[in-house]
Design a protein around this ligand. Sequence first.
Ligand SMILES: [Zn+2]
Ligand SMILES: [Zn+2]
Length: 237
Amino acid sequence: MKEILTELIFPRRCPVCDGVVPFRKGLIHPQCVKAFSVIGDMRCMKCGRPLKHTEEELCVYCRGRTHNFDLGIALYRYDDAMSASIFRYKYGNRREYAEFFSREMTRLLLPDLRRLSPQALTAIPISRRKHRKRGYNQAALLSSGIGALTGIPVYNDLLIRVRDTLPQKTLDSAGRIKNLKKAFKIARNDVKLNSIMVIDDIYTTGSTVDEAAAVLKAYGIGRVYVMTLSAVMQRDV
Ligand SMILES: [Zn+2]
Ligand SMILES: [Zn+2]
């Protein structure tokens, strides 16, 4: 009953075109399913970003630097359709998209999840100020959804964002690293893990997840993986 009322008052929106998806007709329009572009096998072996050429193993970024995380995987290319969808998901209160996103992340990245078999999932946190304003953490909705589908324990309160940072895209690479220094802190002391998967919505340069991975490794977690809904093509970083 509660589900029906909620759907009547707030009909579910399609993550691609934002049109109403009729009640009990799924999470997305059938005609919209193909609009997002799955990265597939042509991806960086380290961070998971889409590559331009099949013969490459690593993206330009991963060739030139080391990461604090062990391995990254991503589902979709961060193209125009994805960027518009994530914008509404984060800033337009389209939190219901999380159900589709986490289902597809689980379904299509399941071989990677099985192979890496992280002991837990956690989300990149947003600041308390942003959380109050937005009402939810878009990355935490994804990790909770994936956890519910796979049974992997979710610790979204393991990391907290100590301070707000400037939008990464406004800074150059040196500025990005400096911007994130000491942005995260461990908020619990009762979690003992050998491995964890950090969940986020967009992978750009990797500096955000690198900063989080450094904190998690300093806490004693040996292997830190990253799984993002989307990743930016190397030429667009
Ligand atoms: Zn649609
Ligand atoms: Zn890479």
